[in-house]
Design a protein around this ligand. Structure first.
Ligand code: FPP
Ligand code: MG
Length: 315
């Protein structure tokens, strides 16, 4: 708990800016009830390796990865034209699009400053290449928008880039600070990677099934925007021709809530939700398997419970 408070203090400190808009947007995003999952991964990644490391480095890197995450969400909401996140108006709605984009850039640059100050080259290399993956993953996702027939492997590759690689790096960065040998660095990377895949598949399921009041987002945004995610990909082959035409016509085109009910009902009846849940559960299991190489500790137990949490969460 102290870890979280300390990381939070550093985050608040780093978000200070003598440019008022930058500071306001930073605080708005920081105070919107994020789960702080990535800083937690950094911290647990370290603690499950050893107790003998410099906690300040963990807090700084935790603040760094949260700032990168905040930057990607600000940019993502501009790209998606999302009006709300976590139940609050998005920065581009309140302060304007240009202001939101530039503040995202400031946060990203500040995160790089933190990494440079820490100075560990392996961490700098892995996080900077994860940021490349994040941005390229988002571009790939944009390029596939509107493609109803997006192959499952391509879709999974996008999830890998936009979510899993970064979570893998968070876990591994913690392990590196705690002095992990290559084999254990790899185990933590692998854990974070599978956790990320499970997390994103669960997120995409919540897009269809979540309660708007809990997720703070509009339901079926992905589908409405022409973004094919696993529930749709796994539904496609189960549809009769007329059903398929119906779904294809609604995909990426404005639809009524009654259409959403029909499509969700098919996803339920034809097993697309169940199969997506199994896919998330299988990744969660792989993340647990990766922990086999890690010695038992309280931190390892927490990582294991995170793997359960990400597939069961409601927001
Ligand atoms: C959220 O996914 C978006 C991401 C995980 C990646 C976004 C990446 C960028 C905008 C490009 C890189 C930007 C920087 C600053 C490096 P989602 O749309 O599935 O989640 P959501 O439902 O929460 O919006
Ligand atoms: Mg989005």
């Amino acid at each position: 708990v102290n870890e979280v408070i300390e990381c939070e203090r550093i985050l608040a400190d780093k978000l200070q800016s003598n440019v008022l808009t930058v500071e306001q947007i930073g605080n708005h995003v920081a105070q919107s009830g994020g789960k702080r999952l990535r800083p937690l991964l950094v911290s647990l990644g370290a603690r499950c390796i050893s107790n003998d490391y410099d906690p300040k480095r963990i807090h700084n890197i935790g603040a760094c990865v949260e700032m990168i995450h905040m930057a990607t969400l600000i940019h993502d909401d501009v790209i998606d034209g999302a009006p709300t996140r976590r139940g609050r108006p998005t920065p581009h709605q309140v302060w304007g699009t240009t202001e939101a984009i530039l503040t995202g850039d400031v946060l990203l640059a500040k995160a790089m400053e933190i990494l440079a100050a820490d100075g560990d080259l392996d961490i700098i290399r892995s996080i900077s290449s994860a940021v490349v993956d994040l941005a390229e993953g988002e571009v790939r996702e944009l390029e596939t928008r509107g493609n109803f027939d997006l192959p499952e492997t391509e879709h999974l590759n996008i999830l890998q880039r936009k979510t899993a690689t970064f979570m893998a790096c968070c876990c591994m960065a913690g392990a590196i600070v705690a002095g992990a040998k290559p084999e254990l660095r790899h185990a933590l990377w692998s854990y974070g990677n599978s956790l990320g895949m499970a997390f994103q598949i669960a997120d995409d399921l919540l897009d269809f099934l979540g309660d708007d009041a809990k997720t703070g987002k509009v339901r079926a945004t992905d589908f409405r925007d022409g973004c094919a995610t696993l529930p749709l990909i796994l539904l496609r082959n189960e549809l009769a021709e007329d059903e398929s035409t119906f779904v294809r016509n609604k995909f990426g085109n404005g639809m009524h809530d009654s259409d959403l009910e029909t499509i969700s009902k098919w996803m339920e009846e034809k097993g697309a939700f169940a199969k997506s849940r199994s896919a998330a559960a299988a990744y969660a299991q792989s993340s647990l398997d990766a922990l086999d190489a890690v010695p038992d500790s309280q931190a390892k137990k927490l990582l294991a419970s995170l793997a359960e949490f990400v597939v069961q969460r409601e927001a």
